[in-house]
Design a protein around this ligand. Structure first.
Ligand SMILES: NC(=O)c1ccc[n+]([C@@H]2O[C@H](COP(=O)([O-])OP(=O)(O)OC[C@H]3O[C@@H](n4cnc5c(N)ncnc54)[C@H](OP(=O)(O)O)[C@@H]3O)[C@@H](O)[C@H]2O)c1
Length: 280
């Protein structure tokens, strides 16, 4: 056997939520490279055009599905529509997620004591309630697969303290807990469940920070590797968890963070700019 074949997913049927851009789109393309046919989701179909084209250029089938995960019932419906379109599901990467956002769509960075309860609830509903619904709806489909893998796109924010984004961080920590509980519960049903924790990754979601000098410097100042990740740097770890290369890996939280979560990575002595939030 060639060890590289362990990363192949020839003919596997994969769902990637939140695949219109950023990490989700990169993951969808990576899974297509590995041989998957794909169902990809976002709130609107036009947003998925580029992803569908990229998957089809790789010779794989791509089905675009639209739905807003903030709406009750949509997450489960997306899973069932994906399974119907692909004839079942072997791999589910639940990647869609959001930061708290202001009415104009910009990121809302407010410490918990000043945040509105409705902002908390919006983030919980998209990042956590929809995650539970995706997992629940995926279960019967994954049960039918002999290579079932569910990957939850959590975050380093679920591991390290993340001021100004408490709701987001809490949902990402909850995804880690859910991955562990489901991994244990479903292990003897042949379904592996893992979580992936990217560190600060340059995407549309983080443009407000990566394109703002002092904020970007502060964030990367705490990353031993001293820089932002690209979305492509999350693909290999996702493919590993999704593929037979990880056939004995379940309940794991795989960190892809340039060293950010190393306990007291600060001992490296790299200079850290002062927090722009010091007075908040
Ligand atoms: N970027 C980072 O630094 C980072 C770090 C760790 C973890 N993560 C996690 O990685 C995942 C992807 O992040 P990203 O940075 O790639 O984000 P992004 O560029 O903002 O992409 C988010 C994706 O989720 C979809 N989405 C957002 N809200 C949705 C909703 N209400 N209903 C349905 N789909 C929705 C978006 O689709 P639309 O086209 O509908 O907007 C888009 O495809 C998220 O779960 C995030 O928490 C990101």
């Amino acid at each position: 056997m060639n060890a590289l074949d362990l990363f192949r997913l020839e003919g596997a049927r994969a769902l990637v939520t939140g695949a219109s851009r950023g990490i989700g789109r990169a993951v969808a393309e990576g899974l297509a490279d590995a041989g998957c046919d794909l169902a990809v989701t976002a709130r609107t179909l036009p947003a998925l055009d580029a992803t569908v084209r990229a998957v089809e250029e790789r010779g794989r089938k791509a089905v675009a599905l639209d739905g807003d995960l903030a709406e009750p019932g949509v997450a489960a419906a997306l899973v069932d529509r994906a399974a119907a379109a692909l004839g079942g599901l072997d791999v589910v990467v639940h990647n869609a997620g959001t930061l708290p956002t202001a009415e104009d769509g910009s990121a809302l960075l407010v410490p918990l004591q000043h945040a509105e309860q409705r902002d908390w609830e919006t983030v919980i509903s998209i990042n956590l309630n929809a995650t539970a619904a995706v997992c629940r709806a995926s279960h019967p489909h994954l049960l039918e697969s002999d290579r079932a893998s569910l990957v939850l796109m959590s975050s380093i924010a679920g591991i390290v303290g993340t001021p100004m984004m408490e709701a987001y961080a809490a949902t990402k920590a909850a995804q880690l807990s859910l991955a562990r509980s489901l991994a244990v519960g479903w292990a003897r049903q042949g379904i592996r469940v893992n979580a992936l924790c990217p560190g600060w990754t340059r995407t549309d979601m983080t443009a407000f920070a990566s394109e703002a000098g002092p904020l970007s410097d502060w964030l990367t100042g705490h990353v031993p590797m001293g820089r932002w990740a690209t979305a492509d740097e999350v693909v290999g770890a996702t493919l590993f968890l999704a593929s037979p290369a990880a056939s004995f890996v379940t309940g794991h939280a795989l960190v892809v963070d340039g060293g950010l979560a190393v306990p007291d990575g600060g001992l490296a002595g790299h200079p850290k700019p002062p927090s722009p939030f010091a007075a908040a």
